[in-house]
Design a protein around this ligand. Sequence first.
Ligand code: SF4
Length: 63
Amino acid sequence: MRVSVDHALCEANGLCVGILPEVFDLDEEEVLLVRDGELAGDEVERGELAVTTCPRRALRVTD
Ligand code: SF4
């Protein structure tokens, strides 16, 4: 499982960063960075939580 962000929807509130900091980060310009690559172990569950928590529905799960 991988996740991706639609930057047109993301409002950079950092909720996903708090849930899964290994994958999400905000750069100095408040743009969300998403680590490329497969989620492993408990990252999968927290990745799914991040997707459902995002108030802007900006995150997507990809294969
Ligand atoms: S939770 Fe959603 S809106 Fe907030 S930073 Fe993450 S992707 Fe962007």
